[in-house]
Design a protein around this ligand. Structure first.
Ligand SMILES: [Zn+2]
Ligand SMILES: [Zn+2]
Length: 292
């Protein structure tokens, strides 16, 4: 069983629906021993009117995160992964301080300064936007002549970010925009095959591995229109095949009921792809938890 959720948003994120304390309660009830909050920081991205800015108030977020961390773990000794005994089901939850950065090639300097200014445990680098437009919105898709062209442009931009940035620990939901492709929203399927984008994706994965970084398996895809994780199983398998090992598991929950959602499915996918376990980060350092 997977006991760590490494991608969680709260009301400190523009689109978060639940308070941090409530997310921790939900984690406890679902046998999650370590929860890492990863609020949104999307610098220089345009959103349709009324969507907000997606830039976390980091000082306020850190204050609340550390308050709750200390309530759960007053003597500072708790390490969630060491308590996989079954008895600890309703025990304290280890609370970690992370962030999800929306990477775009032109915002490198900003993020380098930002990340070095706070004591983050874990940093997800995600491509959400291209040319400042979030791919979750139709404006992005309408600017390309086909969905495949749009997806190709997205992966190319991801490659540029994977190469030029060093501030991330894992790359988030590598095929994120497929969830929002008009065809996926309509039919529940996006016609994806690795080989169609393999020339770019191989480079993305090799870059991440060579840099000693990792990727995540994000279970939000099961809840959105895709009915599968992000990234696609074929991308996870190829990552493993190329020697990739560092992988975190995240629900991308924005509400209490989604904490650790579909982690049983994620575990099956990872085991089938040949992963021996999953990773957690503390103070930006990875450690592996082997599957039981
Ligand atoms: Zn994201
Ligand atoms: Zn997220």
């Amino acid at each position: 069983m997977i006991h760590s959720d490494f991608h969680v948003h709260t009301t400190f994120s523009t689109d978060g629906k639940s308070e941090m304390a409530d997310m921790i309660e939900s984690a406890r009830g679902r046998q999650i021993h370590t929860i890492c909050f990863t609020e949104h920081m999307d610098y220089d991205t345009k959103y349709p009117e009324g969507e907000g800015s997606f830039m976390v108030d980091t000082e306020a977020y850190m204050k609340r995160n550390h308050e709750l961390r200390d309530i759960e773990n007053p003597d500072g000794k708790l390490i969630g992964a060491g308590r996989d005994t079954g008895e600890a089901m309703y025990g304290p939850v280890e609370v970690l301080f992370g962030v999800e950065l929306g990477l775009q090639p032109h915002v490198k300097d900003f993020y380098e300064k930002y990340v070095s200014s706070y004591p983050f445990d874990f940093v997800i680098g995600s491509s959400h936007a291209l040319n400042r437009i979030d791919t979750a919105f139709s404006e992005f898709w309408e600017s390309y002549s086909s969905e495949k062209e749009a997806v190709r442009a997205y992966f190319e931009s991801e490659l540029e970010c994977a190469r030029s940035f060093d501030v991330y620990d894992v790359y988030g939901h590598l095929d994120y925009p497929l969830r929002y492709a008009p065809s996926a929203l309509k039919s529940g399927v996006f016609d994806f095959s690795y080989s169609e984008y393999g020339d770019i994706l191989d480079e993305v994965l090799k870059t991440i591995i060579e840099k000693g970084k990792g990727i995540e398996i994000n279970t939000a895809g099961y809840r959105k229109s895709l009915h599968r994780p992000n990234p696609d199983v074929s991308i996870l398998e190829r990552y493993r095949e190329l020697g990739g090992e560092i992988i975190t598991v995240g629900s991308d929950a924005h509400v209490t009921t989604d904490v650790a959602a579909d982690f049983d499915l994620a575990e099956k996918v990872l085991r089938n792809a040949g992963f021996k376990g999953y990773y957690v980060f503390r103070n930006r350092k990875p450690s592996r938890i082997d599957f039981e």
